[in-house]
Design a protein around this ligand. Structure first.
Ligand code: HPA
Ligand code: ZN
Length: 348
């Protein structure tokens, strides 16, 4: 029974809306890139590096995540990284993906803005061409860095407006409230970038309010701490503001002590536009379908819950109306098909 539902969850057509491309760097690829560039990593092999993925909180993860980017140097590196992710996403039923990248992490170490952009974009275009897997690219400002650095990054993005669709805000949340980035987000919105922001992951519900009121975000990334403010939850329902929730990330970074204590299904049943995503899958023990399967095991996620989450993912995506309608129709056809067909013949 569980295996049947797991096969359904893996094949279920879905959009992934919270995915940091730098967080898809698997240890094996990190070592391959290190060899490519003659760089020594601080660990003897991929297994030892993977064993170090044991985090106390967001910051302990970010330290390793930023260190890992040292092997990403050329357009080819970013292309290989993105192509590897897309293959895994496709196998997980992902039909549309909105990819975050952190340009400052690269420009600060002397890698020009266009290097990650061109590499990531080339792989995304191939994914669309060969597999019909559509995508958007969203640059994230690093909130632990000053406002001026975010403005500089926005200026670097302006010539590439056709290839960068949105702006986000990530990195260390506590002590770095959205308010500090209100002006750069206002400018980004005026330039046509769609705004999203991480808020309410480790930070308080008040940061979710700031993201809505001061950054005017169209979606909140994580947002799980909204529950501490019941009026805010009501507002998120009323205004249908999507949350891009990342259950395995929250578990690994100790936002929740146990997946059984995660509020994702409670929020879904409360009427929020909740979506399920993988965040930094190479570091958090699973890609998007693994997140769905983990929710089935820990919280008894049902087939109907999963279909609702997938529907929300297409509703919350930055898609043109016709493309959204096509994805929703494909999802409905999949969900209504007899179970054996719907799970792609995995049924026993
Ligand atoms: N939170 C904040 N910053 C990040 C994350 C996250 O989960 N992943 C990559 N950068
Ligand atoms: Zn994130």
């Amino acid at each position: 029974m569980g295996e049947d539902l797991d096969a359904f969850l893996r094949a279920l057509p879905k959009a992934e809306l919270h995915l940091h491309i730098e967080g898809t760097l698997e240890p094996e690829l990190a070592f391959e890139l290190a060899r490519r560039h003659g760089v020594r990593l601080a660990y003897p092999d991929a297994a030892a590096l993977r064993a170090a993925y044991d985090f106390d909180d967001l910051q302990s993860f970010l330290d390793l995540y930023y260190a890992g980017t040292a092997v990403l140097r050329t357009e080819q590196d970013f292309y290989d990284l993105t192509w590897a992710y897309l293959g895994r996403a496709r196998a997980d039923g992902v039909r549309h993906v909105e990819v975050f990248f952190d340009p400052q992490t690269h420009t600060e170490r002397g890698v020009p803005f266009e290097v990650p952009l061109d590499g990531i974009d080339a792989a995304l275009r191939r994914g669309e061409r060969e597999w019909g897997l559509t995508s958007r690219l969203i640059l994230c400002f690093l909130r632990h860095r000053p406002e001026a650095a975010a403005f500089e990054t926005l200026a670097q993005a302006l010539p590439h407006r056709g290839r960068i669709h949105g702006v986000g805000l990530d990195s260390a949340e506590r002590g770095n409230p959205p308010a500090r980035f209100a002006r750069v987000f206002a400018r980004a919105r005026a330039e046509g970038f769609l705004p999203v922001a991480h808020a309410g992951e480790e930070g308080p519900a008040a940061y979710v309010r700031e993201a809505l009121d001061l950054l005017r975000v169209r979606r909140v990334d994580h947002g799980v701490r909204c529950e501490e403010d019941p009026a805010l939850v009501e507002r998120l329902v009323r205004e249908r503001i999507p949350l891009t929730v990342c259950p395995l990330s929250n578990l690994k970074l100790k936002v929740v002590p146990d997946l059984a204590a995660h509020n994702v299904l409670r929020l879904l049943h409360r009427g929020l536009c909740v979506t399920v995503n993988s965040d930094d899958p190479a570091y958090f023990g699973g890609y998007v379908a693994d997140n769905f399967v983990a929710l089935r095991r820990a919280l008894g996620l049902t087939r109907a819950d999963a279909v609702a989450l997938a529907r929300n993912s297409f509703e919350a995506a930055f898609l043109e109306p016709a493309a959204r309608a096509a994805h929703l129709a494909a999802l409905a056809a999949f969900a209504e098909a007899p179970a054996a067909q719907a799970s792609g013949g995995f049924e026993r």
